[in-house]
Write a protein that binds this ligand. Structure first.
Ligand SMILES: *Cc1c(COP(=O)(O)O)cnc(C)c1O
Length: 341
């Protein structure tokens, strides 16, 4: 069976660098949404806990429940039901309409729209939101925002930082007026954290850097991280093909000499995005994927029992004209995970 191998040493190496940048482990919230970017929600949660990470970020309450034992603090980004509440969960409020749904005593993080215009309330509505949340008897434990372009060289990043600074000032004013404790402030994803000179917020929400990537314009002095995931496939069948014979759907790879080829048990059905005859992909050991990738298998000029399909998805992301996030996230949750210690 094909499997995902999780390299614990590389994960811990990334956590070390991230913690140092955030000043310490306590200020790192590991982002585990979407099955930990395809790496396995529970697998990465356990390892993050072993490293000493105290905070996690997930998409839904359902996911938060799966990792409840590993973190004393879990931020839920995008649940719309607000039930099944636990005191270690902190639920993001993405709109003013959300406020009426908040159950008593729920911990909430108020999201501020500082320019991405996706989720969050405007800076002008902060006081209204606070009053609404107090009426619901919610605990406002955090105020946060998200960057639309921390990975690109433009003024957006600074503009949003300025807007969030304004939001912080407003929140402080409102808290003073209403005699409320100050919430925790956070705005950084991976790229934003690594763009800070001095990180001073309460914590950073770190996703892609955890997994070993820092996709960006290439203009920043970002450290080299280590990819955590590698993908391995098992041989299903080996055959000898003659010069002139073609392989797979469409017969799009034709051998120009006699060769040994094998089929391996991974395909786009497993979430390994389809490559076709126009793509030129070489595995880490120098084997070629030949012709088109099928739903459940692909052909390689190898007869090894097991091959590493990738140990770094940067090239695949380029071939598929996408970002590393999408390559790892696409892998199906059902894929077997193994931890390499
Ligand atoms: C996904 C996400 C993150 C993590 O972003 P990375 O670029 O992977 O570090 C942080 N915050 C929010 C709100 C997110 O949705």
């Amino acid at each position: 069976m094909a499997k995902i191998l999780i390299n614990k040493k590389n994960l811990f190496y990334n956590f070390e660098l991230i913690s140092k940048k955030a000043t310490n482990k306590e200020k790192v919230a590991v982002v585990l949404k979407d099955n930990a970017y395809g790496h396995g929600l529970v697998e990465i949660a356990k390892l993050a806990n072993e490293f000493g990470i105290k905070k996690a970020v997930v998409r839904t309450i359902e996911d938060a429940k799966k990792i409840e034992d590993y973190f004393p603090y879990i931020l839920v980004l995008a649940d719309t039901t607000f039930h099944n509440y636990s005191h270690t969960f902190h639920i993001a409020i993405n709109s003013l309409e959300d406020i009426n749904k908040v159950p008593q005593n729920a911990n909430v993080h108020l999201k501020i729209d500082t320019g991405m215009h996706r989720n969050g309330i405007s800076i002008n509505d902060i006081e209204m939101a606070f009053l609404g949340l107090l009426k619901q008897k919610a605990n406002i434990t955090g105020v946060f925002t998200h960057h639309r372009g921390a990975d690109t060289l433009s003024t957006d990043f600074f503009w949003q930082n300025e807007n969030f600074a304004k939001a912080k000032t407003k929140v402080k004013e409102v808290c003073e007026k209403l005699s409320l404790p100050l919430p925790q402030f956070h705005s950084c994803n991976s790229a934003a954290l690594f763009r800070q000179e001095n990180f001073t917020e309460d914590f950073a929400r770190v996703g892609i850097a955890t997994y070993g990537y820092l996709d960006n314009d290439g203009v920043f002095d970002f450290p080299k991280l280590k990819p955590v995931m590698s993908l391995w496939a098992q041989k299903l069948a080996t055959r000898k093909i003659r010069k002139g014979q073609s392989i797979g759907y469409g017969g799009k790879f034709t051998a120009n000499e006699d060769m040994i080829i094998s089929t391996y048990d991974i395909g786009y059905g497993d979430g390994f995005l389809r490559l076709n005859e126009n793509d030129n992909y070489t595995t880490p050991k120098g084997f070629k994927i030949l012709g088109r990738v099928s739903m459940d298998n692909l052909s390689i000029n190898s007869d090894e029992k097991e091959v590493c399909i990738f140990d770094d998805v940067t090239t695949l992301a380029k071939i598929h004209k996408t970002i590393t996030y999408e390559i790892t996230c696409s892998l199906k949750e059902s894929m077997k995970k193994e931890i390499l210690v």
